[in-house]
Design a protein around this ligand. Structure first.
Ligand SMILES: Cc1cc2nc3c(=O)[nH]c(=O)nc-3n(C[C@H](O)[C@H](O)[C@H](O)COP(=O)(O)OP(=O)(O)OC[C@H]3O[C@@H](n4cnc5c(N)ncnc54)[C@H](O)[C@@H]3O)c2cc1C
Length: 419
């Protein structure tokens, strides 16, 4: 640490973003305490699809999103669900989301994403190699499949953007798809293969391995529910939990979809929404799959994990407290049977739901706040696993006063206006 080697830093939230941030800060010589109300990795980071790589540079909102969204809202089996009762609450967020779909915004956001994601696999391996867990992230390539050319053409903007950013993208026909993944069913006839992309074979183990290494090297992990950040004369003094108050020089908020709840007392009003996603993992699927496959028409990811074949996806609005909707998981199981028809699916399959922390412009908030010593690193949306190692590194550099080649300007909370 270049400023003061023993500064006390509290990181709130032990998901993948929090553990990577805490790990990078500890490595720079800070005295770091990581606080979570739960054990590390039990939030959204527990059950994602594991896709990692530089290829996800297309923001969620692209031109025509409004038309697509309206069509999906009236189809109960669509990958997007917004309960009618939640529409008034979601409306301001959705208005900003549609604003972010303007072509010039899409281009700008995609440039920012390209910078943030450029070395994502290397950033993960930097941590994992050092902690002896390099096998978790593998460069397997990502295969994106479509029923036909017409469905592929709908995503043309995204594939053009990727090519313009220099990403390796190869169009594949049915025979190539089968050469890569022999189990893919007959409903998928064309695809795009991105050989440079990768995957985490166990996103939960990834969080816990980093957290264990952090603790082994002197980081403190505390289980407590944080209720407030204490500020005096515009300067952070402590993070207050239900069990104790933790004095600090810096506090970093990495509480995923719950982050803004912790900040409302300080007058921040940031447009963070939970996009609830689901997974079903089949421990003995009875088939071999080699890499993460995306069924683009259904917006689902199918990933061979250490503990089974996982199908993950769905975007459901509804906030942080509503019960999960089993029907969303049933659609995922149906998608799994369509993509891999020979999968053995046990009748008693169970499902998981997690809260993706999403800003309307598909970018996280990373950097300083307007209170001295208070830092933000949250809102990584659909790409939190992918971005976490890089975003932890750049925030640790910012706190320690070290240079970084990533401009934090576009990631500032100030982009959402008066706060
Ligand atoms: C179905 C699905 C598939 C996905 N697939 C991918 C993918 O393939 N690739 C990818 O890159 N991303 C993917 N994501 C997104 C990714 O999982 C998230 O962006 C990421 O996990 C967010 O990490 P986080 O650390 O910010 O949040 P979390 O993992 O949710 O961590 C936040 C932590 O804060 C803690 N916390 C909250 N409030 C408090 C409080 N008051 N006091 C103390 N602790 C608190 C929580 O307990 C939690 O542990 C997917 C998400 C879902 C749901």
């Amino acid at each position: 640490m270049t400023r003061n080697t023993r500064e006390a830093i509290v990181v709130v939230g032990a998901g993948i973003v929090g553990v990577c941030t805490a790990w990078h800060l500890l490595r720079r010589g800070a005295q770091v305490t990581l606080i979570d109300r739960d054990a590390p990795g039990r939030g959204c980071s527990y059950g994602n699809a594991g896709a990692v790589g530089s290829g996800s540079i297309v923001p969620l909102a692209t031109p025509g999103i409004m038309r697509d969204a309206l069509r999906m809202i009236f189809n109960p089996a669509a990958p997007l669900r917004i309960p009618v009762s939640y529409l008034p609450k979601a409306a301001p967020w959705l208005t900003r989301f549609v604003g972010a779909s303007r072509p010039e915004e899409v281009r700008r956001i995609s440039d920012v994403l390209a910078t943030l994601l450029a070395h994502s696999i290397e950033s993960h391996l930097e941590i994992l190699n050092e902690i002896g867990a390099h096998e978790i992230v593998r460069r397997t390539g990502l295969l994106c499949i479509y029923p036909d050319e017409k469905a592929l053409a709908k995503d043309a903007i995204g594939w053009t953007l990727r090519r313009e950013h220099g990403l390796r993208v190869e169009q594949v026909a049915r025979a190539d798809i089968l050469a890569l993944e022999p189990e893919i069913g007959p409903d998928y006839t064309v695809g795009m293969f991105m050989p440079e992309q990768g995957m985490s074979t166990n996103p939960y183990r990834q969080v816990t391995a980093i957290a264990s290494d952090f603790a082994k090297h002197g980081g403190h992990i505390i289980r407590d529910r944080v209720v407030a950040v204490e500020v005096e004369d515009n300067w952070v003094r402590a993070v207050r939990g239900e069990s104790a108050s933790y004095a600090c020089d810096h506090a970093v908020i990495c509480a995923g979809a719950w982050s803004t709840q912790l900040l409302s007392g300080l007058g921040y009003a940031l447009p963070l929404e939970s996009q609830r996603g689901y997974h079903v993992t089949i421990s003995s699927p009875g088939i071999e799959v080699s890499r993460c496959v995306t069924a683009a028409d259904r917006k689902v990811f199918l990933t061979p994990m250490e503990d089974g074949l996982r199908v993950a996806g769905t975007v459901e609005f509804g906030g942080l407290t509503r019960a999960p909707t089993r029907q969303r998981a049933e659609f995922l199981v149906r998608d799994l049977s369509r993509v891999f028809p020979r999968t053995t699916i046990p009748p008693d399959w169970s499902f998981w739901m997690g809260h993706r922390p999403c800003f309307p412009d598909s970018l996280p908030v990373v950097g300083p706040s307007r209170h001295r010593g208070l830092w933000f690193n949250f809102g990584h949306g659909h790409l939190g696993l992918t971005m976490s190692a890089t975003s932890g590194d750049i925030l640790a550099r910012a706190i320690c006063g070290e240079p970084s080649n990533i401009d934090l300007g576009p990631l500032s909370f100030e982009r959402f206006g008066r706060n």
